[in-house]
Design a protein around this ligand. Structure first.
Ligand SMILES: [Zn+2]
Length: 377
């Protein structure tokens, strides 16, 4: 990754390359960011920069052998460490001492598709199964053994540790000496969200690099340019993101998904109110098309939407947490739907959710759901 490919923090890019060019970079850097700001992208771009043989204009060349391998996250002298746990996908022998290397494929894919990921995205990508990930002493031993070898093909070796605050005390203590006096040509780039959770002895050995929040206007511009987002939606997401591009991107996607599901549930309710079975069957068909995860998300969204209508029907719209744009629709449904629909519809959605979880034929599930809406509404 080149610096030019990273959004925002322009002053920081200049500082980092200036430190390298002026020979003033420490051997242990701690990047402090808010979730989703892309510090890992800065660590990668910096690693690519120091190892590039043809850097110019404050950036790596992007095409030499080293840059090419950096771009694919397969450079043999660049190592990645992040919190992991003993998951069911590991072999029995690996479960005893899980280390990052066992999860590298998921990690690479995540960084390459969206370097502005957050902690939860990482845990989802490597399939942590709701277990608490940490960086253990076994990982620390692996780091020591990797860094004891000479670089394979570069002048420098780089150890990138994402979420360094997840290092337990035993692991941190094991790495202290190495952080203090790493072998010649070795760099540690640590990324953390909560520096107060790091041992002071680690903190004191690192040069601290703080990522600054981007302005809502800049984030909005980037979302419109990179994601072809609608300017109004992009600005709503940018304002709520606390200056983090990754958070804004996530909020924007959630907004887009909500818009999609809102139109699906309204179509379903309208067809049921019109008693239009043909239309309902077509809707059931369309709901079957996306994968299981989207089918599940739709049902959860529909449950929430029906609860909102219930609040409107019972004269308490203020506790429905509806968006102002939804009021008109919710008022209309609340005025036309039978009183006992809500309980029955929510039960039907629960049944559909269980069916999706148990891999029951999706078409049957949604035809049954739509038919029940038709009967109960
Ligand atoms: Zn290069």
């Amino acid at each position: 990754m080149q610096f030019a490919q990273i959004h925002g923090n322009e002053a920081l890019k200049a500082n980092l390359t200036g430190m390298v060019d002026g020979g003033k970079m420490g051997h242990a850097l701690l990047f402090v960011e808010e979730q989703g700001m892309g510090a890992i992208a800065f660590a990668l771009a910096l690693s690519q920069y120091i190892n590039c043989k043809d850097r110019s204009g404050g950036d790596s060349c992007g095409v030499c052998n080293s840059c090419h391998k950096h771009g694919k996250l397969i450079h043999p002298d660049v190592h990645f460490v992040f919190p992991v746990a003993a998951t069911s996908s590991l072999a029995e022998s690996e479960k005893k001492h899980p280390i990052s290397d066992y999860f590298l494929d998921g990690f690479r894919q995540l960084v390459l598709t969206n370097p502005y990921f957050d902690e939860q995205d990482l845990f989802d990508a490597i399939g942590l199964e709701n277990k608490a990930g940490n960086i253990s002493v076994h990982e620390a031993k692996d780091i020591i053994s990797k860094l004891s070898l000479k670089p394979y093909e570069s002048e420098f070796k780089v150890m990138i540790i994402y979420l360094a605050e997840k290092m337990n005390a035993e692991a941190a203590n094991k790495l202290l000496k190495l952080l203090e006096e790493p072998p010649q040509g070795t760099f540690f780039f640590l990324v953390c969200h909560k520096p107060d959770k790091l041992l002071p002895t680690i903190l004191s050995r690192c040069q601290i690099i703080r990522l600054q929040p981007d302005t809502p206007e800049d984030i909005c511009d980037m979302l419109c340019r990179e994601e072809q987002a609608d300017a109004d939606h992009a600005m709503v997401a940018a304002r709520a993101s606390r200056g983090s591009y990754g958070t804004a991107l996530k909020l924007l996607r959630e907004e887009e998904i909500s818009v999609e599901y809102a139109s699906d549930i309204r179509e379903l309710l309208d067809a049921a109110l019109e008693h239009n079975l043909t239309k309902l069957l077509a809707i059931a068909d369309a709901l079957t098309t996306p994968g299981r995860e989207k089918q599940r998300d739709f049902c959860l969204y529909a449950e929430n939407y029906i609860r909102k209508i219930f609040m409107f029907a019972n004269g308490v719209p203020q506790i429905s947490f509806a968006l102002s744009g939804e009021y008109e629709h919710l008022e209309r449904y609340a005025a036309s739907i039978k009183k006992d629909f809500y309980r029955k519809a929510l039960a039907s959605l629960d049944t559909a959710l269980s069916a999706i979880e148990s891999n029951v034929n999706a078409k049957l599930t949604f035809v049954d759901l739509c038919n029940r809406f038709y009967l109960y509404i």
